[in-house]
Design a protein around this ligand. Structure first.
Ligand code: SF4
Ligand code: SF4
Length: 410
């Protein structure tokens, strides 16, 4: 069986130099070539040529499954290997050959249905209010206890649009799936920060989940369906820019170009929308003359993989934090190494995810911060769970939450 999806030109760009090895979190844990980017590219080439059949080789599939898709390898590759695209293509091939595991199917089915996510969030909130969740936690089997520990916070306020008189600019905001139901207040903080700079967030009613999780898991058909719906919705909004405050979603919206490049009807529309996508850090960092107020706080910053590696946005969040008077930013060791969240990796590959999280929490605690700052909901959930498991009451905040608090002091 050969692969119809894998881009052999991209695979052939690998010159086997090994410069990516030390950037790869799974290689750093195992020191195994098969758990390295170079080894995984070799496996993908074997699948592409038909030398390895994913229906028969559990070992090859396992090594590819253990990839975080963090794209740290892509960021350091001197040969321009498009690793992020290749791993998604490989996973689409594997999903075609073997189907998607039940846990993955359930996660993917839920995230593209806001009502299902909303109902789950309400159930968690009810469990918290009545104390039933705490009781259940004591009797749940370990796997479900893990799921509970990583569940989004309940009871945070929903997104509330912010009015702007005589706006100087209008932007759309991707509401997403997990962000929409669990971090609505981060969306409101984003809208408030933008409003203080004279930018209005327009309503885009038909937008939906960006489809990043589906693409990462190899569910191309659903990823394409969601992408087309978003493209049509954002076109209708007429907004000058599409703002995201979830690094994984932003990287995926920008990659709609690649997802739809072979579609004669949608390729141009995808390219147009992708060119308007801006991460909130990217957008605010170029706001001329903007000041971001004052907040006396000591923080450390965790680079989300899909902000640092996939979008090359590292300096901007640090520059924004640096513009808050009184804020002290202490860099942690290996700030851009994956925390182990990676979509639903922390559920599918708990051993590797836990080892990465342990190292991350050690690095955070060494900086003795008042708060940890990052820019992606998956990282926020993972870091909060890791800190809780060590008995630490350190809040995990989004960059815009810091700016929003600081801007209350002009
Ligand atoms: S750095 Fe790039 S070219 Fe070198 S081994 Fe890694 S993927 Fe291949
Ligand atoms: S995407 Fe991340 S985990 Fe996967 S091979 Fe590259 S560096 Fe390693």
């Amino acid at each position: 069986m050969t692969s119809p999806l894998l881009d052999t030109e991209g695979l052939n760009r690998c010159i086997h130099c090994g410069l990516c090895l030390e950037a790869c979190p799974t290689y750093r844990i195992t020191r195994l070539e098969t758990e390295s980017p170079r080894g995984r590219l070799h496996l993908m080439s074997a699948i592409a040529s038909g030398r390895v059949d994913p229906r028969e080789s559990d070992a090859a599939v396992l090594h590819l499954d253990r990839c975080l898709a963090c794209r740290a390898c892509e960021a350091v590759c001197p040969s321009g290997v498009p690793y992020g695209e290749l791993i998604e293509e490989a996973r689409a091939d594997i999903a075609r050959a073997r189907g998607t595991p039940a846990l993955g199917k359930l996660a993917l089915w839920s995230v593209s249905r806001p009502r299902v996510l909303g109902a789950l969030a309400s159930l968690l909130a009810l469990g918290d209010r009545t104390g039933l969740r705490a009781v259940a936690r004591r009797i749940l089997p370990p796997r479900l206890r893990r799921l509970d520990a990583l569940a989004p916070p309940s009871g945070r306020p929903a997104y509330r649009p912010v009015a702007v008189d005589a706006p100087r600019a209008s932007v759309a905001l991707l509401l997403g799936c997990v962000m929409r139901v669990s971090y609505g207040d981060v969306h409101t903080a984003t809208a408030r920060v933008l409003a203080r700079l004279g930018t209005r967030v327009v309503e885009v009613v038909d937008q939906t989940c960006c489809g990043a999780l589906h693409a990462h898991a190899g569910d191309n058909a659903e990823a394409i369906r969601l992408a087309k719906r978003n493209i049509a919705a954002f076109e209708r909004s007429g907004a000058e820019a599409i703002i995201t405050n979830a690094a994984g979603c932003g990287a995926h919206l920008k990659s709609y170009v690649h997802l739809l490049e072979r579609d004669p009807v949608w390729a141009k529309r995808a390219a147009m929308i992708a060119s308007r996508v801006r991460d909130i850090n990217e957008y605010l960092a170029v706001a001329d003359g903007a000041t971001f107020g004052e907040l006396a706080i000591r923080v450390t910053y965790q680079d989300p993989c899909h902000l640092a590696h996939a979008q090359g946005i590292r300096a901007e969040p640090r520059a924004l934090l640096g513009r808050v008077r009184g804020l002290e930013l202490i860099e942690m060791a290996d700030a851009d190494v994956c925390c182990g969240s990676a979509g639903y990796y922390n559920l599918a590959q708990p051993d590797y995810a836990d080892r990465l999280l342990e190292g991350k929490i050690d690095a955070i605690l060494a900086t003795r911060p008042d708060a940890v700052v990052t820019a992606n909901p998956g990282c926020m959930l993972q870091l909060a769970a890791g800190l809780r498991s060590r008995g630490q009451n350190i809040p995990v905040l989004h960059v815009v939450e810091i700016l929003d608090r600081a801007m209350r002091t002009p």
